[in-house]
Design a protein around this ligand. Structure first.
Ligand SMILES: [Zn+2]
Length: 328
């Protein structure tokens, strides 16, 4: 495909040969701007004048427009189902989202997570044996699908396939990430798996967000595996919708008491802030507690929504607050 070839050549800094004789349009320009060589290098390469003019004009326009345009696109591309869900939320409703990540390696554990009652969001590791099949299954059960993106940790823990590391070149890094995004069907957003080292690195987080912008519609959740993470800042700089994890449900594996205590913390935070976001894992005890707890939410007056809705709700409420405060 021309688009894929264009990206690969842009990453290598060889845009020239491919664009010759083709009509440039905004889409190609955007791809090259996000993934391609700096403007000066394009000129040094002796690129043709028509393209240069178009590229320069687009680059100037794109920089100032990108934030609002991406936000608008994000809002427009939200599917009808999720819009309806977001509309059903009232301004005072207490709203939570729960991501179950690390999915893809085990079929039965994955199925159990997907079958949890309500709008749980499921995050799948790339290139694992059951990831595509489980992502299809999750989508079929109206569960929102995310990519769980492996990133280098401070410790020497094994990252698994698709792992992003500090040693990678920009080209390797962005290629690997694009492959991971493409590996998960129905993907709507992504969060980091591990990453206590990599999420501290401004350059690698910039590459991550640039590679994600290839899709225009993905959101990002910072799992916050280190307090020094810059990932969400780098996403927001580029107008990528995002949120950070508030609570880990199971920081110790298979301890029911911890899960219960963390769910309480989640609700306390949601009552205080209006919304809260948790991440849990497909451990037996986490599943057991959630299976019993999720059906009680309605009685507690708490709404469980997919992560994309949580982000939209937060944005709408912030806008409302801003409008209220500026009208006084
Ligand atoms: Zn993980």
């Amino acid at each position: 495909m021309f688009k894929e070839a264009l990206i690969n050549s842009a990453v290598r800094g060889e845009v020239l040969s491919l664009t010759k004789g083709r009509t440039m349009n905004a889409k190609y320009c955007k791809i090259i701007m996000l993934h391609g060589p700096p403007f000066d290098r394009l000129r040094a390469n002796g690129i043709n004048q028509r393209f240069l003019k178009f590229y320069r004009r687009r680059q100037a326009g794109f920089k100032s427009l990108s934030l609002s345009a991406v936000l608008l696109l994000g809002a427009l591309s939200a599917n009808v189902q999720s819009q309806q869900a977001a509309e059903a939320i009232k301004p005072d409703d207490i709203v939570i989202s729960i991501i179950i990540d690390d999915l893809g390696n085990q079929l039965a554990a994955g199925q159990r997570a997907i079958e949890l009652p309500g709008a749980i969001t499921c995050a799948f590791l790339p290139h694992l044996p059951y990831s595509p099949r489980l992502a299809e299954l999750a989508n079929g059960q109206h569960k929102e699908v995310m990519l769980h993106l492996p990133m280098q940790a401070d410790s020497s823990k094994t990252l698994g396939p698709g792992g992003l590391t500090e040693e990678m070149s920009e080209q390797q890094f962005k290629n690997e990430m694009r492959k991971s995004i493409n590996a998960i069907p129905h993907v709507r957003g992504f969060n980091n798996h591990m990453g206590s080292l990599l999420t501290q690195k401004t350059q690698q987080m910039k590459w991550t967000m640039q590679a994600a912008m290839f899709r225009d519609d993905l959101y990002f959740v910072d799992s916050r595996t280190t307090p020094d993470t810059v990932a969400l800042q780098e996403a927001q700089k580029r107008g990528i919708r995002g949120a950070k994890r508030d609570i880990f449900l199971d920081y110790e594996k298979d301890d029911e008491n911890i899960v219960r205590q963390q769910l309480e913390a989640l609700i306390t935070r949601a009552k205080k802030k209006g919304t809260a976001l948790a991440i849990g894992h497909p451990y037996k005890d986490t599943m057991k507690v959630l299976e019993a707890w999720l059906p009680t939410l309605k009685k507690q007056g708490i709404k469980l929504v997919p992560v994309s809705d949580l982000i939209s709700i937060r944005k709408a409420r912030n806008n409302q607050r801003w409008q209220l405060s500026s009208s006084h």
